[in-house]
Ligand binder design. Structure first.
Ligand SMILES: Cc1cc2nc3c(=O)[nH]c(=O)nc-3n(C[C@H](O)[C@H](O)[C@H](O)COP(=O)(O)OP(=O)(O)OC[C@H]3O[C@@H](n4cnc5c(N)ncnc54)[C@H](O)[C@@H]3O)c2cc1C
Ligand code: SF4
Length: 327
């Protein structure tokens, strides 16, 4: 591993001041340190943000929750307000990684974890994300778990977070602070689509720190769920997942939020599916039609076309369970 400097920060101001060119924030370290050992991440300095006062979940004045960027995944999953008001988030967190990892992993770090594309994590291989212009061997090679939506000829990587899929369905906003001041970015716009610059995962600017994630009040999020398909029953990344919240009256869908995981470079908010469902009967046939409306844009490669029927069935099964239409 490359030698690096280490600076423990105790407040946001000193963390920002220490995060100069070549430096990176260290949260739980469960992704960053692995990538440093592999030589994929080579920071000159780590600014440890674990002592920053960003570890609380608080209620926002108009309703909703503010989740500090340093809140551990296990604490967030167990939080009574999260479990009551948006079970989809608790379920997504508990579907991720292992108990030990969730005890270290943070809200900010989980959002900013890097893709699990095998070529990205192997510095002996070409990859447009770790070496721009070197090519994308995944297109012809191992792409079984790579993107079917929003990809480009330059990169078909997927974002691996479960939590981010739930946050996308919940209309979350990421609070960011940096040298140019503070701003809020909808979580659906935090991660970029790869286009011709796949080396840029997100819209974060150099030196910017995520301080919190805000969840607006969404009354029907109490009727929400996360469903994840994976190769093993635990300790495995998603090959496809769905986060859903739904409101139905007299058998008709009055409002709905849907997001898909492991299908794109970002957690994929399924706006077309939502639009297709509003005002429609809460039936399996309509749920499948809504999924089809979203998945019409899918572009599949040799080994990942299975994701289309997988997501389709996850949407139907999740909404059927939430609306009582039989799972
Ligand atoms: C074996 C294994 C299995 C896993 N399985 C899953 C899974 O099934 N589902 C899933 O979702 N995840 C899974 N993970 C990933 C895990 O959830 C992430 O590694 C973890 O959430 C990252 O959080 P962290 O706090 O450790 O981030 P770190 O590793 O500390 O940081 C990750 C990145 O975020 C940046 N960063 C961190 N916090 C901030 C901040 N506040 N502001 C700006 N930048 C910041 C760091 O600089 C770094 O670039 C798995 C990981 C492992 C090792
Ligand atoms: S999919 Fe993206 S991360 Fe994977 S090899 Fe291609 S360019 Fe690299």
């Amino acid at each position: 591993m490359k030698t690096f400097a280490y600076t423990p920060a105790t407040d946001v101001e000193s963390a920002l001041a220490a995060c100069t060119e070549g430096a990176t924030f260290l949260a739980g370290g469960t992704n960053l340190v692995d990538l440093m050992k592999l030589g994929v991440a080579t920071p000159d300095a780590l600014v440890d943000i674990n002592r920053l006062p960003l570890r609380d979940v608080t209620e926002l004045p108009g309703g909703g929750l503010r989740i500090g960027a340093g809140v551990r995944n296990s604490d967030l999953a167990a939080h009574p307000l999260v479990r009551r008001d948006c079970p989809v988030l608790s379920q997504a967190l508990l579907a991720g990684a292992s108990g030990q990892l969730r005890n270290m992993a943070t809200t900010g770090g989980n959002l900013l974890q890097r893709t699990r594309c095998a070529y990205f994590m192997d510095m002996t291989k070409p990859c447009n994300k770790h070496a721009p212009g070197s090519g994308c061997p995944a297109r012809e090679g191992d792409h079984r778990n790579l993107a079917i939506l929003g990809a480009s000829e330059h990169c078909i990587a997927t974002h691996p977070s479960d939590m981010a899929v739930a946050l996308a369905a919940l209309d979350a906003t990421v609070r960011i602070t940096g040298p140019a001041g503070e701003r809020g970015v909808p979580v659906t716009e935090l991660h970029r689509l790869p286009g011709d610059t796949p080396q840029d995962d997100t819209v974060l600017r150099p030196g910017e720190l995520i301080t919190a994630v805000d969840l607006p009040p969404l009354s029907f999020a109490r009727v929400s769920a996360y469903r994840k398909a994976r190769d093993r029953a635990s300790f495995a990344f998603a090959v496809g997942s769905v986060a859903a919240a739904v409101a139905a009256e007299d058998g008709v869908v009055t409002d709905v939020r849907l997001a898909f995981g492991a299908v794109a470079h970002r957690p994929w908010r399924a706006y077309a599916a939502e639009q297709a469902l509003r005002g429609r009967p809460a039936t399996r046939q309509e749920f499948l039609a809504a999924a089809d409306a979203e998945l019409a844009a899918a572009v599949c490669l040799r080994d990942n076309a299975y994701k289309v029927p997988l997501i389709r069935n996850l949407v139907s099964a999740t909404l059927a369970r939430l609306t009582g239409e039989g799972a």
